[in-house]
Design a protein around this ligand. Structure first.
Ligand code: NAD
Length: 523
């Protein structure tokens, strides 16, 4: 952080993207405050870890009940600050968190308990091995604005259940939702120092990375992810990076056009296309192409665009005007290079400066930015392919690898193709909903990130596995300790034969040769 940033107080404004109304101005934390928050979390973490998993799970149960009781209030707070329709705030945010809590309530105890590790090597057979899970300490979470509740909340719950303290730095665009999360957690019994929110911008995120946290879970853009990875490398800070995507949807020649086109339209326009898992590019077999494109255009025309607070709204505003500009530049470039705009392709200034019309583009080519860079807006670009191999190679021709989808009436064929697509998740006959499956790990390959959140593997990221080895014969020196000699060398050859020779007769001879080893004099 610069000296200037330190000396002048920086502020951020929470703005309703549908109306432009400033909901609240907040002061950014200073670097010293970020460090102090982490220190407080460190001091409080040991007692939190000592409570034990069952007690922590009971607090998560309390949180779940409180969130359920306040579901509509929280959904409204999300819609006010992030713009998405109320129904989406309920389904893609509140429901996801309630179910993540359910997953932890049902599974955390089993997943976090000590795990015996039986030994196969005869030399160590009698030892008792086990894996125990220890919390890292303080987990820093840096979150984006597009799912301001479900992303930090699911990560936080897993971190807390595992016995960590959490310091969350939400996006500067959606701090109020994070403060709602903090209130709910504190009311449920999480001590104030065990879960803290740092209000601020990128500089505060950088300060959190440089602070004394023990692990970082970052969700955001690839550019920021790379900066964070470089900073984390300086001090070997373990990180999970959930980054951007350019998720492909493949529509095979046997797909149901009505179902697949509805999926494409929902997948491209949910949260006004501002979803890491959204359908960012669509490939359709040439035999269905025209009909599919027409179906998408017809359905896109029927979408009702407006303030997410209106229950009839299907698509809300984008988060900020600068995000609209990115979308606009991708669409304009595609148009200049020959893409056909079937619907949309323009701003909707009559609704507000952050509204962009859901846009369906046909005849796009793979060298257009709209097919290569993350657009993160309400655009569905569609391209045709000739056969399955070509579809797979188009899907894999991307620097990203977050998720993908395949639509076909033949689920075996869908599965075969899914196995060949390079992505963290591939869905057959559905899009995006994998994020709401609390058992499913979430994360990408290639530039889409490192590590996983959600489910068993997400919980695993929140603990260090310690291997515990107990030798039940404290009075016996180990046979491999010093005091070597020709005899010992021969005994060891025999021991290796006993364990690894293919022929039974050699193994038997090895057993005889090795037998004397227990009587060997050791230092
Ligand atoms: P962003 O990278 O601009 O910001 C994310 C967070 O990082 C914010 O809290 C921001 O304040 C903070 N930050 C910015 N600079 C920082 C720095 N130098 N050091 C530390 N923290 C810093 O991303 P965004 O615009 O908020 O979110 C959109 C992006 O997030 C898209 O690319 C989207 O695909 C991605 N995303 C990924 C997932 C996933 O699970 N893979 C989920 C949601 C969003």
């Amino acid at each position: 952080m610069t000296t200037e940033a330190q000396s002048t107080a920086r502020t951020i404004a929470s703005i309703n993207p549908a109306t432009g109304e400033v909901l609240r101005e907040l002061e950014c934390a200073r670097e010293a405050e970020v460090c102090a928050a982490v220190e407080r979390a460190k001091s409080a973490q040991a007692a939190w870890a000592k409570l034990g998993v069952r007690r922590r799970v009971a607090i998560v149960r309390e949180f779940q009940a409180k969130l359920h009781a306040k579901k509509s209030e929280i959904a409204a707070a999300i819609t006010r600050e992030a713009g998405k329709p109320l129904a989406e705030a309920l389904v893609t945010e509140v429901l996801v968190v309630l179910d993540a809590a359910r997953f932890l309530i049902d599974n955390a105890f089993t997943l976090l308990r000590d795990e015996p590790v039986p030994h196969g090597n005869l030399a160590t057979k009698l030892k008792r091995g086990s894996l125990i899970s220890e919390p890292h300490g303080v987990i820093g979470i840096i979150a984006p604005w597009n799912y301001p509740f479900s992303i930090p909340a699911t990560e936080t719950l897993a971190a807390l259940v595992a016995g960590n303290a959490v310091v969350l730095k939400p996006s500067e665009l959606t701090p109020l939702v994070a403060l709602e999360l903090a209130s709910l957690l504190h009311e449920s019994g999480i001590p104030k120092e065990v879960f803290q929110v740092i209000v601020g911008d990128g500089a505060d995120g950088a300060a959190l990375v440089a602070s004394g946290i023990d692990k970082l879970v970052f969700t955001g853009s690839v550019a920021t992810g790379k900066r964070i990875a470089a900073a984390a490398a300086e001090r070997l800070l373990p990180v999970v990076l959930e980054l951007g995507g350019k998720d492909p949807m493949l529509v095979l020649d046997d797909a149901n056009i009505d179902v697949a086109s509805s999926a494409a339209v929902w997948g491209a326009f949910v949260n006004a296309g501002q979803a890491c898992l959204s359908v960012e590019r669509c490939y359709v077999h040439h035999s269905l192409y025209e009909e599919f494109v027409e179906a998408c255009a017809r359905k896109a025309r029927q979408l009702r665009i407006g303030n997410g607070m209106d229950a009839n709204t299907d698509v809300g505003p984008m988060i900020r005007e600068r995000q609209v500009r990115i979308v606009e530049s991708h669409v304009e470039e595609a148009k200049v290079r020959g893409a056909r705009v079937l619907v949309g392709g323009k701003r909707l200034p009559e609704l507000g400066e952050n509204f962009y019309a859901p846009t369906v583009l046909a005849d796009v080519t793979h060298d257009m930015r709209i097919m290569r860079e993350e657009t993160f807006g309400p655009v569905l670009p569609i391209m045709s392919f000739n056969n399955d191999d070509e579809a797979i190679s188009l899907a894999n021709d991307s620097e990203y690898g977050l998720a993908a989808s395949v639509f076909t009436r033949d689920s075996k064929r869908g599965e075969r193709i899914a196995r060949r697509v390079h992505a963290g998740t591939v869905m057959v006959n559905d899009v995006i909903s994998c994020f709401a499956i609390s058992e499913a790990p979430h994360g990408g390959v290639k530039a889409s990130g490192l590590g996983r959140t959600h489910g068993k593997f997400g919980l695993e990221e929140m603990v260090r596995r310690k291997y515990l080895d107990i030798d039940p014969m404290p009075r016996m020196k180990k046979v491999w300790w010093h005091g070597y000699g020709e005899n010992f060398r021969r005994q060891m050859e025999g021991f290796l034969d006993l364990q690894f020779a293919r022929k039974f007769s050699v193994r038997l001879r090895g057993a005889f040769r090795a037998a004397g080893v227990l009587r060997r004099k050791r230092l």
